[in-house]
Design a binder for this molecule. Structure first.
Ligand code: XIL
Length: 341
């Protein structure tokens, strides 16, 4: 097969082979047909988009659902792709049973930490040696500048201790795995500094945290080059590796216009927007290449504009076009911008 390949078959992973692995978020539905072929040709890392989150993978206290996660890890092994595990602890997509006892009463801190330990041990050990990195704790910092940690059920029941515990349980289950704290808006100076404070505390307490994931749910409007550089440098100064874990570039502003399309309004993906987006992707990847020492991975959140989580988030009823491949899986202008250097 390889003899039939021409330069045109070169994928993102080949352009970036001297820089960092290039990954993509997948579900079990991505593992067949033309989408699977595109993944094999372009990427050398995958992240399960949902399959390893606690709700989907551990729906009842004494029952795990492995099929989707196993299928993704099996596909990765068969095609020599790395796997980033995502995630072991989050305030969203948690199973119903987790915070309650049999009577429906909120569990104590001891019970919750025991459940967390058993969950992390079971999942991490199952994929030991096949998952090289884990997002251990996802989005624990509050968006409210008045608060530090997010006021989640984890926090209300355990105080701040659950974060260090999660990393310790994961490290004990697989001492080789690279363990990440993962969050969004980490380039905005105010949130960046609070994430930094958390990571510094963990490092000072010798908690086994090895990297920080900048999700990278960005847009044609942000972040600025300076914000991006400062974030990478700030986190790397703690001796942590940095990865971009969930990259997409929305064609809508994240906050100024969180609204669905109005009746009669056309989908807004004009040639001008496509050009703007290509320029934005070009800028981001230029910065990524400058930090090849600090940056150990870049992962896109979904394969193509055929399906993106941004089609329904933060509002339903408008299509987004945030990725490098269009709805026919053809490379967009943004793709050319990323591979030309
Ligand atoms: C999203 C998935 O893409 C959706 O399919 C799901 O409905 C919700 O979660 N931050 C994260 C990811 O860490 O796990 C989220 O993924 C997107 C935001």
């Amino acid at each position: 097969l390889s003899s039939q390949h021409s330069a045109a078959d070169k994928g993102l992973k080949d352009y970036y082979k001297d820089y960092f692995p290039v990954g993509v978020a997948v579900g079990p539905q991505s593992l067949q047909g033309e989408e699977a072929a595109l993944i094999r040709a372009q990427f050398n890392s995958v992240t399960p988009e949902n399959a390893m989150k606690m709700g989907p993978i551990h729906p009842e206290e004494n029952r795990y659902f492995w099929d989707d996660a196993d299928a993704i890890v099996g596909f990765a092994q068969a095609n020599k792709l790395r796997v980033r595990g995502h995630n072991l602890l989050w305030h969203e997509q948690t199973p119903k049973w987790l915070f309650k006892d049999a009577q429906g009463k909120q569990v104590s801190k001891d019970v919750l930490l025991a459940r967390l330990k058993s969950h992390i041990e079971t999942v991490v050990k199952r994929y030991k040696g096949r998952i090289y990195a884990w997002d251990v704790v996802n989005e624990a910092i509050s968006d409210n500048p008045q608060e530090f940690l997010r006021n989640s059920e984890w926090y209300r029941i355990c105080g701040d201790e659950f974060i260090a515990k999660a990393f310790e349980y994961a490290h004990a289950a697989d001492p080789q795995a690279v363990l990440f704290y993962n969050d969004y808006n980490t380039e905005r100076p105010e949130k960046r500094e609070r994430v930094y404070r958390l990571l510094k505390q963990l490092r000072d307490a010798n908690v086994p945290v090895h990297g920080v994931g900048l999700q990278g749910h960005w847009s044609i409007f942000e972040p600025s080059e300076q914000e991006l550089r400062q974030a990478i440098e700030r986190f790397a100064s703690l001796g942590l590796q940095v990865q971009i874990t969930e990259l997409d570039v929305s064609v809508y502003p994240w906050e100024k216009e969180r609204r669905a399309k109005r009746p009669g309004e056309a989908d807004a993906y004009t040639a001008e927007l496509e050009q703007k987006q290509a320029a934005q992707y070009q800028l981001f990847f230029r910065v990524f290449r400058d930090y090849r020492k600090q940056l150990t991975g870049v992962t896109f959140w979904n394969v193509s504009d055929r399906y993106s989580w941004l089609d329904t988030y933060p509002v339903a009823g408008r299509k987004n076009y945030p990725l490098l491949f269009d709805q026919q899986l053809r490379p967009k202008k943004a793709y050319q911008a990323v591979v030309k250097f």
